[in-house]
Design a protein around this ligand. Structure first.
Ligand SMILES: Cc1cc2nc3c(=O)[nH]c(=O)nc-3n(C[C@H](O)[C@H](O)[C@H](O)COP(=O)(O)OP(=O)(O)OC[C@H]3O[C@@H](n4cnc5c(N)ncnc54)[C@H](O)[C@@H]3O)c2cc1C
Length: 457
């Protein structure tokens, strides 16, 4: 059935009827005219969502019906391959593994969880493997008959459902084009949610962010607009979280790789603090990465992974980003503290301190730059204890514990020195000592832990 052509802009007061190819006979609800003088007399609200990209023969997951079909398909089966290592793929992998199935995740890109940087995604891959999920990366599946598996599920992304909008003559790009009030190219038709293009808060450019908070917020916004309030959509940050076998994996804004691809001068900060005071029982590590615009000190994004408290830290950073705080401002946030909930210096404050150290002159080197520095003649010094050094270090490092640096300054004469510790803190102390003695020195950001999480880059 062909859709009725869209009304032209400004053409108000008519009842238009859309017939969807997916929902034959369905009609748009026509709300009663709003009472406010500046409200439209007729509004059509169009939230068709995003449809999973299909791979012939593979199951997909969008709704409860898909879930029922999946439950039926896995009944009595022992192996499953999930194509796609993103949010939905990993959630499905965990659930099927917990049902006792042999599970393989095949990801076309170089890592699972594409929104993360590789050294952070490695933590997620390890958690999957530790729980018996086989992870294959860098492999694009074109034909599922190649796979030796009882069930195949494709979780390879979603595509804005723009078909009806296109057939109705509305302007579309990668998604449905809307203005700040969610009006389509026909101002009496509003579109919201996964199907529409949004603007990213980091650069104001068009992007697709298929997430529930944004869809819900836009729904409320349209309700405001059609009842006469003048309100505009905020640009999006893409704040997201997923659980993977007990790990919370949360992200906001851009990853470092995205920021670099956008041509930004990036300052990356890695830290590995405890979720709450270390002396209080049950403390666990949060792996936190902050991505900062080095020219403006603006926070461009963050990633946090841990057993507990990662989501809280990302939510704080998302709030800081929305409020326009700089990375250095994070040092001064007054965050609730009692030993079982956090630390007097919360991980967020610590990220701000590290940023402030760099802004005020401390030099850090990223894990992937270490080899180049060593090749360039920098002396690599492990400032941890001999026991830590013996348990594992970066090739070529000499061990001078931080407590001995003052007494062994003669060993640094005329050297350019690259120090590292476990997570970056003792390294910063060592670097400060050496810097004050006139030595050219840098500290490996995030320490040995970041370097080893990246696979000993
Ligand atoms: C398995 C899964 C897990 C998810 N988990 C999360 C999460 O944890 N956090 C998060 O933020 N987001 C999550 N999402 C994404 C979130 O569900 C979407 O961002 C959100 O639902 C988008 O809302 P929407 O209204 O745009 O689209 P939808 O919720 O998809 O709703 C669109 C509806 O419109 C219907 N429709 C489509 N075309 C027509 C038509 N022509 N006529 C009539 N009806 C039509 C569709 O059938 C659908 O019911 C998840 C998505 C999936 C699939």
């Amino acid at each position: 059935m062909s859709p009725t052509p869209a009304r032209r802009p400004g053409d108000r007061g008519e009842v238009s009827r859309f017939h969807s190819p997916d929902f034959p006979g369905a009609q748009h609800h026509t709300p009663k005219p709003a009472t406010s003088h500046n409200a439209p007399t007729l509004a059509h609200i169009y939230p068709p969502g995003a449809a999973p990209i299909q791979l012939p023969g593979a199951l997909t997951l969008r709704n409860v019906e898909d879930l029922d079909a999946m439950k039926e398909a896995i009944e009595g089966k022992s192996s499953a391959t999930i194509i796609g290592g993103g949010f939905i793929g990993l959630e499905v992998a965990e659930n099927l593994r917990k049902r006792g199935m042999e599970v393989t995740v095949i990801e076309g890109g170089p890592q699972v969880m594409a929104p993360l940087d590789p050294e952070m995604a490695g933590i997620v891959a390890k958690r999957l493997e530790d729980n018996g999920v086989k992870v294959v990366t860098g492999t694009i599946v074109k034909d599922i008959s190649e796979l030796d598996s009882d069930v195949v599920i494709a979780a390879i992304g979603v595509r804005p459902a723009t078909e009806l909008a296109e057939s109705a003559g509305l302007e579309t790009n990668r998604g449905i084009v809307v203005d700040e009030m969610m009006r389509t190219s026909d101002p009496n038709i509003y579109a919201v949610g996964d199907a529409v293009e949004k603007r990213h808060a980091n650069d104001g450019e068009l992007t697709l962010v298929p997430l529930a908070q944004t869809a819900n917020r836009h729904g409320r916004l349209v309700a405001d607009v059609i009842t006469g309030r003048t309100t505009k959509a905020k640009q999006v940050l893409g704040t997201a979280v997923v659980g993977v076998f007990g790990l919370t994996v949360a992200t906001v804004g851009w990853a470092e790789k995205t920021a670099r691809a956008q041509g930004r001068n990036v300052r990356a900060i890695h830290l590995h603090p405890a979720n709450h005071a270390g002396y209080y029982p049950g403390a666990t590590t949060i792996h936190l990465k902050l991505v900062v615009d080095a020219d403006t000190d603006a926070i461009l994004g963050a990633q946090a992974i841990g057993e507990d408290g990662a989501d809280k830290r990302i939510d704080v950073i998302a709030t800081a980003m929305r409020g326009g705080l700089t990375a250095s401002d994070l040092a001064d946030l007054e965050l609730a503290y009692a030993p079982q909930f956090g630390s007097a210096k919360d991980p967020i404050n610590m990220a701000g301190f590290i940023n402030d150290n760099i802004v005020t002159g401390a030099k850090t080197v990223q894990y992937h730059e270490v080899a180049d520095y060593v090749a360039d003649g920098w002396k690599l010094v492990d400032v941890r204890t001999p026991a830590e050094h013996t348990a594992g270090t970066i090739d070529g490092a000499v061990n001078i514990p931080v407590g001995e640096i003052r007494d062994r300054l003669d060993q640094f004469t005329g050297e350019k020195v690259l120090v590292f510790c476990q997570v970056g803190m003792r390294g910063h102390t060592a670097a400060s000592l050496l810097h004050n003695k006139g030595v050219e020195v840098a500290n490996v950001d995030g320490g040995y832990l970041t370097w080893s999480l990246a696979g000993g880059a």
